[in-house]
Design a protein around this ligand. Structure first.
Ligand code: C2E
Ligand code: CA
Ligand code: CA
Ligand code: CA
Length: 284
């Protein structure tokens, strides 16, 4: 039977109410979690495809939820963004991962080795447009006596396009510090290639969606080839995200893609497992 208008309205209303409550609870939980530092940074290696060795480690945050266990970022980053909680959380991730890098560098020195792996930290749109960003980064690097060329920052197209003038200004300051810049999730946003040359980007990360359907099918290959040509023309290196198969890896090597990331190499790992991985000196 057809529900009356009133009944439908009530159902709709109740659903909205439930959703608002869920969201409010998530926001409250998140606020408390930040106070209690209920987070952990995982690391996923980015591989140099010509040497087959680890080039960088991308810091990817997880929430150690007291009831729900390990929560993936897709579940809480959007709420953290919308509420501004991403600013303290993002700073925590930056501090934590820089601390971890310093620790691994010191460990390597004790082994008589050099730790030449960089760390890649994601910056949200909100963080990017926040006035104190450069000062915060300076403070973290200085307090750890960490060389800024070991840090890479990953930003998305929307962070740039929301305010291109501000982006230019921040980029200049980051470049002056020799911090490297990666354009994340390329191909999912505006995909306007024409603006790219205006920004001093070092690395372009091709979104996973382009890689997962990469097979010998000519059309997909052509798209990735075109992105590679463009990036190389602009002096950027390219990371292929989401490499899961040996075939994808072989094709990307043939196409001249410099860097790769994906489950074929490793999933994001906790600090201990990350350490075990790089100490085994893997070569793909
Ligand atoms: P992202 O920056 O694009 O990070 C890559 C995501 O792809 C990670 O998901 C990673 O686990 C996943 N991935 C890597 N290789 C593969 C693969 O071969 N196959 C598949 N299916 N997935 C793969 P994760 O860790 O769940 O993070 C999701 C997103 O959350 C990130 O996407 C990023 O946008 C955001 N995020 C994570 N940590 C932070 C953070 O500290 N700050 C900010 N602002 N955002 C973060
Ligand atoms: Ca990223
Ligand atoms: Ca990405
Ligand atoms: Ca993403």
């Amino acid at each position: 039977a057809k529900a009356s208008g009133k009944a439908r309205y009530e159902v709709f209303n109740r659903e909205m109410h439930t959703r608002a409550l869920t969201r409010l609870k998530l926001e409250n939980d998140l606020r408390r979690a930040i106070d209690r530092q209920e987070f952990i940074v995982y690391y996923q290696p980015i591989i140099c495809l010509s040497t087959g060795q680890i080039s960088s480690l991308e810091a990817l945050v997880r929430w150690k939820h007291p009831q729900q266990g390990l929560v993936r970022p897709d579940h809480f980053i959007p709420v953290a963004e919308a509420t501004g909680l991403i600013i303290p959380l993002g700073l925590w991730v930056l501090e934590k991962s820089c601390n971890q890098l310093k620790f691994w560098q010191q460990q390597a020195i004790q082994r008589g080795e050099i730790f030449d792996i960089t760390i890649s930290v994601n910056l949200s749109v909100k963080q990017f447009s926040q006035p104190g960003l450069i000062e915060q980064i300076d403070r973290v690097l200085e307090s750890l006596e960490l060389d800024s060329k070991n840090l890479k920052l990953e930003i998305t197209e929307s962070a740039i396009m929301d305010n291109p003038d501000l982006a230019s200004e921040i980029f200049q300051q980051l470049k002056a510090r020799k911090i490297q810049l990666s354009l994340d999730d390329f191909g999912t946003g505006y995909s306007s290639l024409s603006y790219l040359h205006r920004f001093p980007l070092d690395i372009l990360k091709i979104d996973r969606s382009f890689i997962s359907n990469l097979d010998s099918m000519e059309k997909n290959l052509e798209v990735v080839q075109a992105i590679l040509n463009l990036a190389h023309h602009l002096g950027m290196s390219v990371v292929a995200e989401g490499i899961e198969t040996q075939e994808q890896l072989s094709l990307l090597r043939l196409l001249g893609c410099e860097l790769g990331q994906g489950y074929l190499f490793a999933q994001p790992l906790d600090p201990q497992a990350t350490e075990t991985l790089f100490l085994s000196h893997p070569q793909w």
